[in-house]
Design a protein around this ligand. Structure first.
Ligand code: FAD
Length: 301
């Protein structure tokens, strides 16, 4: 009943949506069942409108960025998956670059380079959205979001607008205040430094080249499966235990980079989860180290 009311609401407000949308189309793992509703919002106002309706009807929702750090259940996600991908404007004002949450990180890096602004080179090649990158405090090659973010605008789950400064974001290793829930990032402001355009581009290309050489980018994945345990490297521990190439169904520990689990042949979410737990068990027994997942599990159990 609540769902048909919600559909009437979407139609009456002319908000774009898809019914029973396969989430494998929206995740870099190419895994995941359906979302009952998949809604692409075009503005903060539209987002607020939807949130108020969802709250009133008590319909669950989930915010998706580029889906590059997600393992979505084979049974899909109940309720509404909201994408901000159509909110992707990027503006530059002096040394400040402001990007909507749905903007592609790669596009943001290229825009910064075009304006001769340095600081975001490390992020070139991380296949996420700006919102997802801040949520995860994404990082690589010695850089991370916490070094360049100044502030972010957000909407609370109940539809209130807010702004948060870097010092209040609780950014840590692959974590942020946004993981506590209640806030949807709508835009992020980055404080960058004037630099040399050619040098910025050369560094970006260097980082991308290193990714192509070391990471199994030819297969669907969600990047590093595990967080770096203190004092160790997840990939090295996995390799040491001869787990490279180990597979469950269509999921495999990459031969190229042991820190990645790849979808090499129509893997299910269950395949990946079983492989993750097998790897965790082996490493824990052999080395006493618990590998925590960086990849986020989401959806119906
Ligand atoms: C090949 C490959 C390489 C990668 N390399 C790196 C790397 O070097 N470093 C690194 O840190 N990560 C890396 N990743 C992981 C991933 O790209 C990052 O974590 C990225 O920041 C996730 O962004 P996303 O938009 O895809 O988020 P999603 O995967 O869509 O979502 C991740 C989480 O963020 C939340 N979220 C997304 N947008 C918002 C928003 N606007 N407001 C509130 N919450 C939001 C979602 O609800 C979810 O909980 C890699 C992934 C792949 C596939």
């Amino acid at each position: 009943m609540a769902y048909s009311d919600f559909e009437n609401f979407l139609n009456s407000k002319k908000i774009e949506y898809k019914l029973n949308e396969p989430l494998k189309k929206h995740t870099s793992f190419k895994i995941g069942g359906n979302a009952d509703y998949f809604v692409s919002v075009k503005s903060t106002d539209e987002l607020i409108l939807i949130l108020k309706e969802l709250n009133e009807k008590q319909i669950p929702f989930f915010i998706i960025g580029k889906g590059s750090n997600l393992l979505v259940s084979d049974k899909g996600i109940e309720g509404v998956v909201i994408s901000l991908a159509k909110m992707d404007e990027i503006t530059v004002n002096g040394d400040i670059l402001k990007a909507d949450a749905g903007a592609n990180l790669a596009g943001v890096c290229l825009k910064a380079q075009y304006f001769g602004l340095s600081g975001l080179e490390f992020a070139y090649g991380i296949p996420g959205s700006v919102g997802g990158a801040l949520f995860m405090n994404a990082g690589a090659y010695g850089g991370e979001m916490s070094q360049v973010v100044v502030s972010a605008e957000y909407v609370t789950f109940s539809g209130e607008l807010g702004i948060i400064n870097l010092s209040d974001m609780k950014l840590g290793y692959r974590t942020s205040i946004f993981k506590e829930g209640e806030k949807i990032i709508t835009s992020v402001s980055f404080g960058l430094k004037k630099g040399n355009k050619a040098e910025i581009l050369a560094l970006m290309e260097d980082f991308l080249g290193r990714r192509k050489a070391k990471q199994p980018l030819e297969y669907p994945s969600a990047g590093s499966t595990f967080k770096r345990p203190e004092g160790y490297f997840a990939g090295a521990l996995i390799e040491k235990n001869n787990l490279k190439g180990k597979s469950v169904g269509g999921a495999m520990v990459s031969e190229k980079h042991a820190g990645f689990i790849i979808n090499f042949d129509n893997a299910t979410s269950q395949d990946v989860r079983k492989l993750i737990s097998d790897v965790q068990k082996t490493v824990l027994e052999a080395d006493g180290v618990l590998l925590e997942t960086e990849v986020i599990f989401v959806g119906k159990e």
